[in-house]
Design a protein around this ligand. Structure first.
Ligand SMILES: Cc1cc2nc3c(=O)[nH]c(=O)nc-3n(C[C@H](O)[C@H](O)[C@H](O)COP(=O)(O)OP(=O)(O)OC[C@H]3O[C@@H](n4cnc5c(N)ncnc54)[C@H](O)[C@@H]3O)c2cc1C
Length: 253
């Protein structure tokens, strides 16, 4: 008898499994898709394009792409972009992790409150969400994105157009900044060379600026799974869920 059964080891499932098991609950986490156990052979820089636009791994189905996708019942004509497997869609997400606008929450009293969709406010206050944001931002971790020359030029242009630089995580006005994301900052040779032989861990750490963020990230090569650059669930919360007994006293694996 389990306390909790979680269906789907994606961005939501892996997080809730880890947090509940770390609190001492007996959690069973079920995943219908494959386990991508060796990122360096499972991912390429082009697998999203393997079967044409939005094909490849962005579908609900087996790892063997020569086999058809699994059938889904959809309530209306719509397109699902989902990655099936341990880690779920975060394996191929972009890692963008901004905070929501405070005006989208109940109780917002700013002068611009009428500018928001007040018929569909989140039914709790932004302040209540802050501790959750802080916990996730600390855990992934979420940091200001690594910037290259292109981003630097773009942001300087935005400032010339009159957009101030956003310096806090709380967005209250039109502004510009490098995005907040779940990509580890580069260090060592990462970001300083495109020579693959120099982009191996530990010579290179964090983001290598390869530019293939919409794919499963396997860089830096030879990095342990928890130090792959993109903080997909499969390299962050999944290993943490499997070792939940180590994250707090009384936690269970
Ligand atoms: C290309 C792309 C880029 C994105 N970029 C961003 C971004 O930059 N920032 C951001 O915040 N969001 C981004 N998103 C959205 C984000 O990735 C998803 O919202 C998030 O991953 C969804 O998490 P989830 O747990 O709800 O679902 P998923 O992560 O999709 O997990 C669902 C899991 O459940 C499994 N499953 C389904 N049915 C069953 C079943 N019956 N039994 C067992 N297992 C089952 C699936 O195999 C899958 O692994 C992006 C999405 C895409 C497609």
């Amino acid at each position: 008898m389990r306390d909790v059964i979680v269906a789907g080891a994606g961005g939501g499932g892996a997080v809730i499994a880890k947090e509940l098991a770390a609190q001492g609950l007996d959690v069973l986490l079920l995943e219908a898709g494959p386990r991508f156990g060796n990122l360096e052979s499972d991912w390429s820089h082009f697998e999203s394009d393997a079967n044409g636009l939005f094909g490849g791994y962005l579908r609900f189905g087996p790892a063997d792409l020569s086999r058809p996708a699994w059938l889904r019942d959809l309530p209306q004509s719509s397109l699902f972009l989902q990655l099936s497997g341990v880690g779920g869609t975060t394996n191929h997400y972009q890692g963008n992790s901004p905070r929501a606008m405070p005006g989208a929450f109940a109780g917002y009293q700013g002068d611009d409150r009428a500018a928001y969709d007040t018929a569909h406010l989140f039914p709790f206050s932004y302040r209540e969400l802050i501790p959750y944001y802080e916990w996730v931002e600390h855990t992934l971790p979420v940091e200001t994105a690594p910037m290259g020359t292109k981003e630097d030029v773009f942001l300087r242009g935005a400032q010339l157009l009159g957009l101030p630089v956003q310096r806090s995580k709380e967005i209250t006005r039109a502004a510009c900044r490098a995005q907040e994301n779940a990509i580890l900052q580069p260090s060592g040779t990462a970001g300083k060379t495109s020579d693959p032989s120099k982009l191996r861990f530990p010579q290179a750490k964090g983001c290598t600026f390869c530019g293939h963020c919409g794919q499963g990230c396997f860089l830096p090569r030879h990095a342990p799974i928890n130090l792959k650059s993109k903080r997909a669930t499969s390299v962050s919360y999944m290993p943490m869920a499997l070792t939940a007994d180590l994250w707090s006293r009384g936690g269970r694996p």
